[in-house]
Design a protein around this ligand. Sequence first.
Ligand SMILES: N[C@@H](CCC(=O)N[C@@H](CS)C(=O)NCC(=O)O)C(=O)O
Length: 254
Amino acid sequence: MLTFFTNGFSPFARKVAMALEYKGLSHETVDGLTHANRERLIKVNPRAEVPVLIDGDVTVVNSSDIVDYLDRRYPDRPVYPVDLRARVEARALERLADVRVDAILLDCSIWTWADRKDQPPPGLKEAGQRDLDTIFARLEETLGRYPAPFPFGHLSIAEITYWPHLAALRPLGFTMDQTKFPRLSEWFAAMRREKVCQDDGKRTADFLRTIPTNTSFEREKIFWRGDRVEWLLARGFHDWFMGEIKAGRVLWPD
Ligand SMILES: N[C@@H](CCC(=O)N[C@@H](CS)C(=O)NCC(=O)O)C(=O)O
């Protein structure tokens, strides 16, 4: 039996949950980000991050390593493209989402889920939208070189990585201009028709409904990982971030 340390809010955990569903792999889930399960999570991942997958005596940490492991161990319905060139492109798309899209959306969304009385620093959201537009242009160009709607011919790592982020855009107040990015919009529309994405949407909506009254998670201190800090500093929000550190509102991995 597979054991999956996950969390309903984490795009990385949702990526793995969708891969498990796509491959039809049954598993038990542990919400790794509750206070109650924290020590259990640290035992399997000292960075205290989800997702983590336990398969017998094998422990796999990090979403792309987990999906890669699943493809090698359970090769039916591969999530990564088998063709080497397509695989390199798919990994590049995945990395862009994991290190940059996630950073922008997480950094700009703190005020929607954390226990905060203040407002975001001025200009944060505008910087986020600007950088998202640059990324959308890059995606539009890449997708344009591949068949529509799914570039790799089937639901793949590209869709399960981008789905949680693209689905969060509108609720977080960001836009994706259909006239500027028609191919990207078509891609997102095709994802919306997939059961794996719809099921993720339902699980996420159920989880989000609990947020206002949920006391089982850390909501005062924000967990900061490298890529998320990098984006803030690169866009000039260092004073705000130093204020967070000084106010004791920061948690670090490990
Ligand atoms: N590179 C990791 C990133 C995982 C990650 O950032 N996980 C976040 C949730 S999105 C986490 O567990 N944070 C700990 C916390 O919020 O307490 C992956 O791809 O799995």
